[in-house]
Design a protein. Structure first.
Length: 645
């Protein structure tokens, strides 16, 4: 999930504010989504960069503000996000706003461990309601727990919630309104750890708790998926299939969207006679914005598969497997979770480093996270991979495009780990060395609503970026490509017939302000095989990587508004020593792929890195080292492929 920066109101006058607390995988975030629906907002806590998520739960005519705190196993913090939980629940620390009451989620299948966290939360003296989750799984595995007896033993309200049960949610919602009347324990739990353990055991005994049997199905699957050899091979095979699916399944949908925009381009050519309006509609909107929207099916499919893997419980196994590999880079499995988050966007990946207890690990992971292939790179990769290899090209029984994509993601992940190793080795930052602890939930069928929400959130974010950043960038680029205007006399003197709109568009693009900018930086990028049009796209991608696709889409649409995609494949150098030669040769296309693999072409990521490190020094270092790395690797790729081609 991406976090929008900005302040969030501490408390609306007269509005009840309840904090939602629980350990990871206790059903806390699922409960938050069920209570609030899509009426949520994201921001940062005052003075810190840890994200806060708030949403309104409607109860009849009333609304209750629910704050979803980061998952934690204890109120003895070892990481920045756990520190936030301790600070928010501390009545003596009003800076972050003390909640009116606390909802504590307890996983019924791991009640013994969860009650330890509850004991610490009860020490705050705030009104508390316990939400017992996964009762259906507890029963399925032969365990039992008397909810009423647990409520009497604790002295606080206890509400059992079963996944998908509207009656359970309705009962919980009605409980929220009575937070001021929630029962309080006569005597708070003991603070001494050994006495607390005895307190937990007495509670479980009073509630008739029967420990659930180990999930035999999960144990059988884990025997294979967590095997050091077979589990690792299955993981890489899963990731390989992941990218094969992106091309094979999304290709027909992408072709349909492309056909739609080609048809719209034809309509503009036929029915819009005003050249200025025609250029704006055909180039800026259809060629630029439409050229990016073509890749919406890949974005949706990417997040569909990620949500399925996460909802099934497999991603936590992947983190466990990768802990062995991450150890080679001097990192731990939690760092893999942060790097995995970067597949969606580097911003939440960098923010996820807050869960790492070691400052040195946080810094090293933060510097490597931008090398993970994010969804913004996906549009660039799909475009360039399509130019590099045809849709029917094969590598053995597999599609060549999927193989190339898998290779790009794999190289990005390896590069991120190598970079993290380098920065950790030479970093002077300290930090504790703690064991890696991660919950392994039972395998479950992913919830349809959670999967749909993940896809919608990703697509909505993509469309938001297209509608705001990319649209504005496309309009600005269209102006640069269209200006200065040329009179008919100037066109004739240059040998261009003013009545030939295609020839006029091509001439104006080649003699535009954008061309001047592209030519100005040509000495930097010429060794990589880039011409001025690619250079403008690279510069434009600093606002958003997708702008590179929009740039090439506009340039191609200016030359042939009816079929810009085909025009792009056959584009040639307009001037220079390679004039007339094909622009997107295998060497140049491969160099472009490698350049975008390593370059930090995202100002938003740089801004988040600035907030996380508290200085502009490290974002500048990240941008500098990644540009040098990108240029060097792209040059070597262009040279090597040029020799082999």
């Amino acid at each position: 999930m991406s976090a929008h920066c900005g302040s969030v109101a501490q408390k609306v006058t007269g509005e009840t504010r309840l904090a939602l607390v629980g350990s990871p995988n206790s059903g806390k975030s699922t409960l938050f989504n069920a209570l609030t629906g899509l009426r949520t907002k994201t921001g940062n806590y005052p003075g810190v960069t840890v994200a806060r998520y708030e949403g309104l739960a409607r109860v009849g005519e009333h609304e209750v503000l629910i704050e979803d705190l980061p998952g934690t196993y204890s109120l003895d913090p070892i990481s920045p996000d756990e520190q936030i939980v301790a600070d928010v629940l501390d009545p003596n620390n009003p800076e972050l706003g003390t909640p009116d009451g606390i909802l504590v989620t307890i996983d019924a299948t791991t009640a013994r461990r969860s009650l330890g966290l509850l004991a610490q939360v009860m020490q705050t003296g705030l009104p508390i309601c316990v939400v017992l989750t996964f009762r259906d799984e507890l029963a399925r595995r032969g365990g039992s727990l008397d909810v009423s007896a647990l409520r009497r033993a604790l002295g606080v309200p206890v509400v059992g919630v079963t996944s998908g049960s509207r009656n359970d949610l309705a009962r919980l919602r009605s409980t929220l309104l009575d937070w001021a009347a929630w029962e309080r324990p006569v005597v708070p739990p003991p603070t001494d750890p050994s006495q607390r353990r005895a307190w937990v055991e007495s509670l479980l005994q009073s509630a008739g708790y029967e420990v659930p049997e180990a999930d035999r199905r999960t144990r059988r699957i884990d025997a294979v998926l967590l095997h050091p050899l077979w589990g690792t091979l299955i993981f890489f095979a899963t990731m390989f299939a992941f990218f094969q699916i992106i091309f094979t399944v999304a290709a027909p949908m992408q072709d349909a969207v492309q056909s739609l925009f080609d048809w719209l381009g034809t309509l503009v050519t036929e029915y819009v006679s005003n050249p200025l309006l025609s250029g704006f509609l055909g180039n800026a909107l259809i060629g630029g914005v439409g050229g990016v929207l073509v890749f919406l099916p890949q974005i949706a499919l990417l997040f569909l598969m990620i949500s399925l893997l996460e909802g099934s419980g497999y991603l936590s196994r992947a983190a466990f497997l990768m802990d062995r590999i991450m150890a080679k880079a001097g990192l731990e499995g939690r760092a893999f979770v942060a790097l995995l988050s970067s597949l969606a966007c580097a911003i939440p990946g960098i923010m996820a480093t807050r869960s790492l207890p070691s400052a040195k690990d946080r810094f090293a992971t933060m510097m490597g996270a931008p090398l993970m292939t994010c969804s913004a790179r996906l549009t660039v990769y799909v475009l360039l991979t399509g130019l590099l290899v045809g849709p029917t090209s094969r590598v053995g029984p597999f599609g060549a495009q999927g193989v190339v994509m898998f290779g790009l993601y794999l190289v990005g992940a390896l590069s991120a780990m190598v970079t993290a190793w380098v920065f950790k080795r030479f970093s002077t930052r300290g930090g504790p060395v703690l064991p890696f602890y991660m919950e392994m939930p039972s395998y479950r069928l992913p919830r349809l609503r959670s999967v749909a929400d993940a896809i919608w959130s990703a697509c909505k974010g993509f469309l938001y970026k297209v509608g705001r950043i990319i649209l504005l960038a496309s309009i600005g680029l269209w102006l640069l490509l269209s200006l200065p205007m040329h009179s008919d006399a100037q066109l004739r003197s240059a040998g261009v017939d003013p009545a030939d709109r295609t020839a006029v568009s091509a001439y104006e693009v080649d003699h535009s302000y954008a061309a001047d900018i592209g030519h100005a930086v040509e000495p930097v990028f010429a060794p990589l095989g880039f011409d001025w049009r690619i250079n403008v796209g690279v510069l434009g991608s600093l606002s958003a990587r997708e702008v590179f696709v929009a740039t090439l889409g506009q340039v191609a649409a200016a030359q042939n508004p009816d079929q810009p995609a085909e025009t792009l494949k056959h584009m040639t150098y307009a001037d220079g020593p390679h004039q007339g030669h094909k622009l997107f040769t295998p060497a140049t296309t491969a160099a472009l792929l490698v350049f975008f693999l390593y370059a930090l072409q995202c100002m938003s990521t740089i801004g988040v890195m600035r907030r996380e490190t508290g200085s502009w020094r490290w974002p500048a270092v990240a941008f500098g080292y990644m540009f040098v790395l990108a240029w060097t690797m792209a040059f070597l790729t262009h040279t090597l492929v040029g020799l082999l081609a």
